[in-house]
Design a protein around this ligand. Sequence first.
Ligand code: ARG
Length: 393
Amino acid sequence: MKKVVLAYSGGLDTSCIVRWLKDKGYQVICFVADLGQGLGKGEDLDAIEERAEAAGASEVYIKDLQDEFVEDFCMPALKANAIYEGKYLLATALGRPLIAKHLVQIAHKEKADAIAHGCTGKGNDQVRFEVTAGILDSKLEVLAPVRIWEFKSREEEIEYAKAHSIPIDVSKKKPYSIDRNIWGVSIEAGVLEDLDVEPPDDAYLITKSPSHMSSYPKYLDIYFEKGVPKKIDGKSQKLKNLISYLNEVGGAHGVGRVDSVENRLVGIKSREIYEAPAATILHLAHKDLESVVLDRELAHFKEIVTLKYSELIYFGLWYAPLKKALDGFIEATQSQVTGSIRVKLSKGSCSVVGRKSTHSLYKKELSTYGKGDKFDQKLAEGFIKLWGLPYKK
Ligand code: ARG
């Protein structure tokens, strides 16, 4: 019997996949990755495990990967200021290579022949899973049942689940397709497919709408060390907790919503809305701190790297050689990115209102228009003459 390790979410699709693969002659091992999607909140982990087993899994692995996710995936993205097409903070895209890495590890441990995922043939996630797996172990087979199976609708899947006594809660009609982790929520499908429709309030999961958000602004002091957030309001916090806290306060102030039409890797455009309160606040604060401590040439060149780095993440090339090489550059840019940024959260917006750093390259005595000016304005004349010389010629 061939063995396969499946990335299992506990939902309808992956539960049907367990049984479907079993019917095709596979022994199915399920892997549930906890990236902070709220596992164990709405539903206990035992229920997920039981469902996998009821569907036919021979074994279920559940791993809490939140620390690894924020430290080894979200932080490099933050240091790089990685945002796809200027809008998407890449929560889903960052999670895929990590899940794939663990799928491959479990496959090795279990001496499995293949790994499997529940992605459709139209999205980016299938690419991310399969390219990552291919880089980590080119011999492992990858199965993507949703691309080839016979079910044409959710209803048909529900029928199949019922017929095979897979305990699925179908009471909640899912109007959207949602992917969630601690770095953010991605929401698509349903009415969102109409570009001209404003996302209804019920589409958002973790951010408050204007009518419900706090009317008092909230100030936060975020301290970074070499590009990584370490303290909030002077209190050291474990990274995962710091991010959860920012999701909570940011969400209460309606911060971090994005409505975007993006270019997928597979060539189509799609409309997706995102919620990422913590990532939004941290990206804004981090970039602002860089504006204080990085010199102009480095800052401007880094923008070019940022663009490429964001694409690599979105395109599923986390483990590609270029990404690794750029990591060396990004890491080098962060040596001075230490200091505090004060942000103000208010009515859906987040803005930087204060900065402090011992590595600051801002020198008031050079910039001031007031007393104590040490800038020698006479030098400007010669500078302009030489710098503008080519254009005068
Ligand atoms: N468009 C995003 C990406 O490619 C999110 C994909 C998953 N979205 C979802 N709602 N299930 O990374």
